[in-house]
Ligand binder design. Structure first.
Ligand code: NDP
Length: 286
């Protein structure tokens, strides 16, 4: 059948990757980018270049945005007729910003669907690609088959803030985890150990993190943190040793210090004999 036509504004690595996939799947795509030359290759592949952002928005009901942040959306769309448009904003920003944007678009007669793309540009449209979406279900639904081209749609709720909240939560774990990995390499590096000599141990460690998820989810959802071998007192002592080793090695210790602080405060709050998962109480600051 006829493939849904769409407009995509913002041709960074992500936007370019998405347009390429939509074209491969036979969707007519209109593009606009502040730096016009970034559209050249896509136009050669069949995309239609709009001369202005307003013309791009005017071309199709479905308008995807792939911009650095939500501020860029206001800069591009302010003053542009938007009535009847479904704007799917796949840019990153704080959940609060997405809520503000929904109101701004509603005032102009447009609907907002917020999105968070969970893969880097080269993986767009592959098996591992998925995208968190939030906003009105009935607005998203007709476009889900089209949006599936860039990745599996994962609808997470009607509140506009949710897609970016899920996205930020994923990146919270990801960025902190990556920083932890670098820190561990730096720590063995203080003894002159090259990363390649340590990586097989670290790989094992990283793989094992997933094994903690079931127990963690049980504790968090039951609000109960039965102490086991990995209680807060034991883990806290270890956290202190990591800080000590980092300081002795002369490397930055801010990251392990932040972790130690969680343990210290959990112990002070009386969680010492509970599972390490009781750190959630310190993090939540209830
Ligand atoms: P880039 O920052 O490379 O691209 C941003 C796009 O926004 C460019 O087309 C740029 O235009 C445009 N832009 C920025 N500010 C303005 C402005 N004030 N006015 C007009 N246009 C503007 O981002 P990416 O393609 O890497 O990412 C896009 C979004 O996707 C980001 O929010 C990012 O966080 C998110 N994301 C990125 C991933 C990645 O791996 N890169 C993975 C998952 C999500 P111009 O070309 O003229 O500069």
């Amino acid at each position: 059948g006829e493939k849904t036509p769409l407009t995509l504004i913002g041709l960074g690595p992500m936007g370019r990757g998405m347009v390429a996939k939509f074209l491969e799947h036979g969707h007519p795509v209109t593009v606009w980018n502040r730096t016009a030359s970034r559209a050249d290759e896509l136009v050669a592949k069949g995309a239609v270049r709009a001369e202005t952002a307003a013309a791009a928005v005017g071309a199709n009901r479905l308008v995807l945005l792939s911009l650095t942040d939500y501020a860029a959306m206001y800069e591009i769309l302010d003053g542009t007729p938007l009535a009847g448009r479904v704007v799917v904003n796949l840019s990153s920003d704080t959940p609060e910003e997405t809520v503000r944007a929904a109101a701004w678009l509603a005032e102009r007669g447009a609907e907002l669907i917020t999105g968070g793309v969970m893969v880097p540009a080269p993986l767009i449209g592959t098996e591992s690609a998925y995208v968190f979406y939030s906003g009105p279900r009935e607005v998203l639904e007709p476009y889900e088959p089209t949006l599936s081209v860039i990745g599996r749609p994962e609808y997470v709720g009607a509140e506009h803030s949710l897609a970016q909240l899920f996205y930020q939560a994923q990146l919270d774990a990801f960025l902190t985890g990556l920083a932890g990995i670098l820190h561990a390499f730096a720590l063995v590096g203080t003894a002159g150990v090259p990363a390649r000599n340590f990586v097989r141990y670290l790989a094992d460690n990283v793989d094992s993190l997933g094994l903690y998820l079931d127990e963690t989810v049980r504790h968090l959802d039951e609000g109960n943190h039965p102490g086991d071998e990995a209680n807060v007192l034991m883990m806290g002592a270890t956290a202190r040793h990591v800080v000590g080793a980092s300081e002795a090695g002369g490397i930055d210790a801010e990251l392990p210090r932040a972790v130690q602080s969680l343990y210290d405060r959990a112990i002070a709050a009386g969680h010492g004999r509970e599972s390490w998962t009781s750190l959630i109480e310190v993090i939540r600051k209830r």
